[in-house]
Design a protein around this ligand. Structure first.
Ligand code: SAH
Length: 473
């Protein structure tokens, strides 16, 4: 091992970029020394600036492409490279899918210790652009200015509406057009910016805890055409809100509801304590698999509608769900998986920690006339491990569908799930590393991986959803 790093911070080096590492970074090797490179694509030869130099590895950012990888493409968005929203617009979509699949293969090999498991090609989004049904933009008086921006895009650096640059949550990049959302949503963005800028309405500053405008959240039912504009402000200004609603509807008649969430706290979140609804019902409806879901300003909903259907269909197909099945939907959130599968099985029981999510799930079941679904509120471990009353009167599960948060499952929850003794188990994971760790425990307790099916819910980011189908040996 070398005692001094071969590079220093600020060095400009030439690198042959070999493979994909993690979190969208690639790896280059100089002799045996590892350099993690951002803004590169495996197969590139680049000139790069060293940003971190350690004894065992360095980090660099590509500043010039000397020879382009065959997988490199021209990014569609002018904000790409600065905006924190997309990391992979310069990688062909085909290659993005290959890299995501490889991430699953690597995680299951290195963390799970699995060899020779079938990992299918990742299922890609039908349209890798315009796919998001929700986008959250920030108002700010602290613009992130690039050279190209100066004098061009940003008219007034003390009034911007957009997205954060990568890893800079204190700054906002003015966004005119974002290709992750629909053209109508982009129109809402520009009408909103113009309206408030023309009136010199103040922007919220966290330091002073004053200023009116905080966030703009745009939601869209991809199947229904419903559209919600949710303006998050520090205080209540009904007259201004009324004028804004009028201007919005005149400019974008496709809007079906307008909400004003009032958040008087310092917390930097687009959630209010109070709501005004100057137009429409205050909710939108979206469909999954022909079922309807009512979404309010604060409810959680999967952001890629079309791919969510693909994801859930994959789970249904792999688990061979049938009319006799009793499904336990663990970490059920607002109940979308459970309600989606309910018409095809005999019974669904969902378990979820957050009370408001459970209320949404029950409401969604009622809304669809689904009567074979129950949602229980509480910690999974408490509800499954201790033989509480509900278990005695409920049918035993034949299938488990598990969809935990990114951090994965508590080890005791994994053990408890395995002890339920079902033959078929579907683990929907949004983080292959924690999923591989949890599946390793399940494998030690008698389950075998039948197949892994990655599904791409978030094109142009390095995130991947992965469905693991396990059977009891
Ligand atoms: N299946 C849902 C969402 C899953 S997100 C969907 O597709 O929409 C993970 C969910 O697990 C979150 O709603 C979170 O509140 C819940 N959760 C986290 N820890 C939990 C625990 N210990 N017990 C029960 N639910 C938990």
């Amino acid at each position: 091992m070398m005692n001094t790093p071969p590079f220093h911070r600020g060095d400009i080096v030439e690198l042959e970029v070999r493979s994909f590492a993690f979190e969208g970074k690639s790896v280059a090797r100089v002799n045996d020394f590892v350099v993690f490179v951002t803004k590169a694509v495996p197969g590139d030869r680049v000139r790069a600036r060293i940003v971190t130099a350690k004894r065992t590895f360095a980090e660099a950012v590509a500043i010039e492409v000397l020879e382009a990888s065959e997988h490199r493409i021209t990014p569609r968005c002018p904000h790409f490279g600065i905006c924190g929203g997309c990391k992979w617009q310069h990688v062909s979509y085909e290659e993005q899918l290959a890299l995501k699949r490889q991430n699953v293969v690597d995680s299951f090999e290195r963390i799970g210790g699995f060899r020779g498991v079938e990992v299918r090609p990742a299922l890609g989004s039908i349209d890798p652009y315009f796919y998001r049904n929700k986008m959250e933009f920030s108002f700010s008086d602290r613009a992130w200015l690039t050279e190209a921006d100066l004098g061009r895009e940003v008219q007034s650096p003390s009034f911007v509406l957009g997205l954060h640059p990568a890893e800079r949550f204190d700054k906002v990049l003015d966004i005119n057009e974002c290709f992750l959302q629909s053209p109508v949503s982009n129109h809402i963005l520009s009408v909103t910016r113009r309206f408030f800028q023309e009136r010199n309405v103040s922007v919220y500053s966290n330091k002073e805890h004053e200023g009116h405008l905080r966030y703009l959240v745009i939601r869209e039912g991809k199947k229904t055409g419903d559209r919600m504009v949710n303006l998050v402000t520090l205080d209540d200004r009904p007259k201004l809100l009324g004028e804004y609603a009028e201007a919005l509807l005149a400019g974008v008649p496709q809007i079906t509801t307008i909400v004003n969430s009032i958040n008087t706290r310092r917390a930097q979140i687009a959630v209010g304590e109070r709501e005004r609804v100057p137009y429409g019902p205050g909710t939108i409806t979206e469909e999954l698999g022909g079922l309807k879901f009512r979404i309010s300003a604060n409810s959680f909903f999967q952001t890629n509608t079309l791919q969510t259907e693909v994801l859930y269909e994959t789970a249904v197909r792999l688990a061979e769900l049938n009319g006799n099945d009793v499904v336990y939907d663990l970490y059920s959130g607002t109940g979308t998986i459970g309600i989606f599968v309910a018409p095809r099985v005999s019974r669904v029981i969902g378990i979820e920690l957050v009370a408001s999510a459970v209320a949404d799930a029950r409401e969604n079941a009622r809304f669809n006339g689904v009567t074979n679904c129950d949602f229980l509120e509480g910690d999974l471990l408490d509800l499954l491990a201790r033989s509480t009353g509900w278990m005695k009167t409920s049918p035993k599960p034949t299938v488990l569908i598990i969809d935990p948060p990114r951090s994965g499952m508590h080890p005791d929850a994994v053990t408890t799930a395995a002890q339920m003794g079902v033959d078929r188990l579907v683990y929907v994971g949004c983080n292959p590393a924690t999923q591989a760790r949890d599946v390793k425990i399940l494998a030690e307790l008698g389950y075998q991986i039948e197949v892994l099916q990655p599904v791409d819910m978030f094109p142009h980011t390095y995130h991947v959803e992965n469905v693991a189908f396990l059977r009891r040996k």
